[in-house]
Structure formats: C-alpha cells, structure tokens
Design a protein around this ligand. Structure first.
Ligand code: AMP
Length: 304
C-alpha cells in the first residue's frame, strides 16, 4: 500500500503572543506529510509551488522520505502564502491574508502508482479539487479527508459529494456543528455519518478528540501541554500521524483506529510546541512512543 497526500504547500507568516515567523514552511500538505513520515517509509505529495519556494524546505521533506517528485514547480509563479495572528487565547485566530498565487490554478494529477491500493489523504482544499482527485482513483483505496468552515458555508453540494466517498472524515467541533446544523456533538456525529463516512473524528482542540463508528464512540484525551507556541497545523499534523499509523499497520479496524487517534494526538502535541513545522522536524520514534504512552496513562484508572 502507498500513502499519498494532496494539499497546499505554502509560506506562512504567523504571529502569536510568544513571537512571530515569516516565510516559514506551511500549508496543510507540509504538516501532514512530515507527521506521516514518522510512520510510513515513503509519503507521496501532490501539490504546487512557485519557483520562489526555498530549496531547503524541499530538502528537509526529502530527508524525511517524502516523495517530492509530484510537487509541481511553476516557473515564474509565486508560492501560496498565508498569514495568521493568534490572540492571547490561542483558540482565536485572525487570518491576515490568503494569497493563493499558483494554488489558484492547481490541477491535482495523481500518478498511476497511487491510484490503487493507497491510503489517500485529502487535505483541506476546495471540495471540487478533492472530487477531481477522487475521480482519478481506482480500486481498493482508503480515503481520509479534512475540510473547513469556508467550504461548508460556500460549496456544500460539492463537499457532500466528497464526504459520501470518504472512509474517514476528520473535522473540528465547530465544523461538525455547522455541517450537521446540530449543536449536540453526539447527534451531530450521527447526522454526519449518515452522509456517508464509515468513520468520523471530531477534534476538540485542547480538549481531545472523539472517534465515531457504527454506534461506538472512543474519546481520546488531550495532552496537558504547558507551553504552546504556535497552534498552526495541529489539525493537519493529527491527520498525518493518524493516517500514517493506519498505513504502517495496514489495519483500519475500530480498535486500531483508537491507537491511530492517540498517535495523531501525540504528533499534534509536538507540532504546537514550536513555530511552523519545527516541532516535527527532529523527532525520533522513541519520543513519539513515549508520548503515546503518556496519553495512555492520562486516562488509565483502576476500578477500585
Ligand atoms: P490549520 O492550522 O490546520 O488551519 O492549518 C494551517 C495551514 O493551512 C497553514 O500552514 C496555511 O498555509 C494553510 N492554509 C490556510 N488557508 C488555506 C487555504 N485556504 N487553502 C489551503 N491551505 C490553507
């Protein structure tokens, strides 16, 4: 089985109460691929950048066994750029700008060897582009998909077509409420699962995540971090760690998915400890396993 990520790669400006970074590596696909690379031997990426994109970022991805051959470089084009400012409450973020640049004409072309028997991660991009990817896929794929409020509000019809063809939908609590038009998350989950996805994960930011399947629910705790510097990309990192673990184990049962949720949460906890992708660049497998075990300990108790 192969693992493929389709999404944005960009250069971010991020300001938090603790500092700021400019021209930092960003984009959902960057976080997803880096996070998944700690589980999968090779992670393919389909994305687009301009020729202004710093070579060292590509090298860093390559050093993590990310297959960068299908990242299209548009000569004379400018890379996607995004700027965000976080408030003192890091759950509140203002988008300062979104310059699509070469991303505006992104036409994802899936290479032959990823069309079958693959885990495919659809990063948060326009649902019509996600559909273009799905239309190119052939048999025996496992599709994990992300989306955002903007697409729920503006292109719901396309999004519903994507969701119908998705194995796991991963969204946050506000997106779940918006998509289902239901405030209660348990009822919202039932409504969303009826739209098609076999599994649904609802992320609750610093309060953990819920995994839903036929009448079963798994509740993952949040890691009690004292120092969060930059929450950018935490959701994408979760997505990468979660799917990377499923790919590595080649097991999509509910029991294994519980472990995948914890690995995704562990990776996200490393991501937010530093700016941009820095928290994901120098990890080792033991550190990740140790944090996985800390998560386990967090919700373990004896029945007297
Ligand atoms: P998150 O914190 O999960 O919202 O992910 C933030 C990342 O998504 C940043 O690195 C941005 O570069 C990227 N991003 C922001 N807006 C968009 C967009 N409209 N399309 C694609 N990627 C985006």
């Amino acid at each position: 089985m192969e693992l493929l990520v389709v999404g944005s790669i960009g250069l971010d400006y991020v300001e938090t109460p603790f500092g700021k970074v400019e021209n930092a590596l960003g984009g959902a696909a960057s976080y997803i691929a880096l996070s998944a690379s700690y589980f999968s031997k090779s992670v393919g990426v389909v994305a687009v950048i301009g020729d202004d994109f710093p070579k060292e970022h590509l090298k860093m991805l390559e050093d993590h066994n990310v297959d960068i051959d299908n990242i299209e470089v548009v000569i004379g084009g400018k890379t996607f750029r995004w700027g965000g400012r976080y408030h003192y409450d890091l759950n509140v973020r203002d988008t300062l700008y979104t310059d699509l640049n070469v991303f505006e004409n992104f036409n994802p072309v899936i290479p032959e060897h990823y069309k079958k028997n693959s885990f495919v991660i659809l990063g948060n991009i326009l649902p019509s582009l996600q559909l273009k990817v799905l239309d190119q896929l052939e048999e025996n794929n496992f599709v994990v998909c992300d989306t955002m409020n903007l697409w729920i509000e503006t292109t719901l019809d396309d999004l519903k077509k994507v969701i119908k063809r998705t194995n796991v939908l991963i969204i946050n609590d506000s997106e779940a409420r918006l998509l289902s038009k239901e405030a209660n998350l348990i009822k919202a989950a039932r409504i969303i699962r009826e739209m098609g996805p076999e599994y649904l994960i609802i992320k609750k930011g610093e309060h953990g995540a819920l995994l839903f399947n036929n009448g079963s629910i798994f509740s993952a705790p949040a890691y009690p971090l004292e120092s969060i510097f930059d929450p950018t990309g935490a959701g994408d990192t979760f997505l990468g760690g979660f799917t990377g673990y499923l790919h590595k184990t080649n097991d999509t049962s509910f029991e294994n998915m519980k472990r995948a949720v914890i690995y995704g949460s562990a990776m996200a906890s490393f991501c937010v400890e530093q700016f941009s992708t820095k928290g994901l660049e120098n990890l080792d497998k033991l550190q990740i396993y140790d944090r996985f075990m800390e998560f386990k300990e967090l919700s373990r108790f004896e029945d007297e």
